[in-house]
Design a protein around this ligand. Structure first.
Ligand SMILES: [Zn+2]
Length: 108
């Protein structure tokens, strides 16, 4: 298991290998879940199985516990999305775009 820091928000994250062999960034702490096909949350187990469900408390009759992807809970993700949108809009208006060093990855 690989520990790392999210480059958007600086929070500690870890990686779980999905069944497809890709590393998925997840929250360090595992959550209790109940399986629910149309649930609001995505979960990934230690063997890389990804499924939908709902985060529940330990006393809410959970089906088990699993990791949750970091991208759904990253405080930096929304910021990045709106920043990307702002850069794109400015370019469409043919305005000069200034990006600070920290945000140069938006140009990728
Ligand atoms: Zn993050």
């Amino acid at each position: 298991m690989l520990n790392s820091k999210c480059r958007m928000c600086g929070r500690q994250i870890t990686f779980v290998k999905t069944a497809a062999g890709r590393n998925m960034p997840v929250e360090v702490r595992q959550e209790f879940y109940r399986v629910q096909a149309d649930g609001p949350d995505t979960f990934i187990t230690g063997v890389g199985k990804v499924f939908r469900g709902k985060i529940v408390g330990p006393n809410d009759n959970p089906d088990g516990f699993a990791w949750i992807p970091h991208w759904g809970h990253c405080p930096g993700a929304n910021k990045l999305k709106s920043a990307r949108k702002a850069v794109k809009a400015a370019k469409e208006r043919k305005e000069p775009v200034f990006v600070c060093e920290q945000t140069t990855f938006m140009e990728e």
